[in-house]
Design a protein around this ligand. Structure first.
Ligand code: PMM
Length: 289
């Protein structure tokens, strides 16, 4: 019997297509300082063009964000976040792209949905803004609930676990319950372990190795490993300087294949082409099992 835990079990999310394999979410960070691609798409026209390019490379969804969440980052002003995000969402949605909005603010989520976004991706899982859960419930759109322990400025100090898998699962379950109690349709919830958020490299790797336990939460899983610190750590062997973020795309594609084979619903990546290939290969292997 096969030991593969197939992607078809990744589940479906009410309100979004079933792609029949792990979906690919391409990232457009409209920020001057994002963790891995900051400054490159900090202009509406360039950002829309980049999002369209990611679709041609194989992205099923494009995630648009205007606030950097790299470790140590301070918060962006609400007006500035709206100014960055909404026109890019509108531009991509008007071209028929399925757009997700990456924000911790209810106002940004609401205006992005009004501009055509079909999914709200909140790295705080609704904790940063008390108006977020009611806004998502009212909008009736899918919602990504990520594991989060606090804002980026001091999140590294919160990377303390006795059993990272059990604690992340328990904290995510708590958030899922709160989000459902707040009126969000459980069929529209996606969960995400929040790789790199209040986590050190060994925590991230352990969570990937134990993806089946996260899937036991019973909702589709989003895995967002792209270019993150733990990959730099793996590539440098923990010694010497890690390769820069933009040289971590092959490592990212490796995680995409692993996540897809373990049944992730979607992977969120900056460089789409290699991951689009990786998830198709994973699906083919799974089909042959
Ligand atoms: N990571 C980043 C931004 N948004 N969204 C979800 N759902 N999960 C993540 O892990 C996540 C995210 C930070 O990465 P970036 O600044 O390099 O895009």
């Amino acid at each position: 019997m096969s030991t593969l835990r197939g992607g078809r079990e990744g589940g479906t999310v009410e309100g979004l297509p079933d792609w029949g394999r792990c979906a690919v979410m391409g990232v457009v960070n409209v920020t001057p300082d994002s963790f891995s691609d900051g400054g490159r798409w900090f202009d509406t026209t360039a950002a829309v063009k980049h999002g369209l390019h990611l679709v041609t490379e194989g992205a099923d969804l494009v995630d648009v964000g205007g606030e950097s969440t790299r470790p140590g980052a301070s918060r962006v002003d609400e007006d500035e976040e709206l100014r960055r995000v909404v026109p890019v969402v509108r531009g991509l949605a008007s071209e028929g792209v399925l757009v997700s909005v990456d924000t911790m603010r209810a106002s940004v989520a609401e205006q992005a949905v009004a501009a055509g976004a079909v999914l709200v991706n909140d790295v705080s899982g609704g904790l940063a803004d008390p108006n977020m859960v009611p806004a998502v419930a009212a909008a009736g759109v899918p919602f990504v609930v990520m594991h989060w322990r606090g804002f980026s400025q001091d999140m590294n100090s919160r990377a303390v676990y006795t059993d990272v898998v059990a604690e992340v699962v328990a904290e995510l379950r708590e958030r899922m319950d709160a989000v459902v109690a707040g009126g969000v349709d459980p069929a529209r919830i996606v969960v995400d372990p929040g790789l790199g958020f209040a986590k050190q490299a060994p925590h991230d790797l352990t969570l990937i190795a134990h993806q089946a336990e996260l899937r036991a939460l019973g909702r589709p899983l989003l895995v967002a490993a792209s270019r993150k610190r733990f990959l730099g750590h793996v590539l440098s062997g923990g010694e010497g300087a890690p390769p820069p973020a933009r040289e971590r795309d092959a490592a990212t594609a490796a995680i995409s294949a692993i996540a897809a084979l373990q049944g992730a619903w979607a992977v969120r990546v900056h460089e789409v082409r290699a991951t689009a290939d990786a998830v198709r290969v994973a699906r083919a292997v799974e089909g042959a099992a």
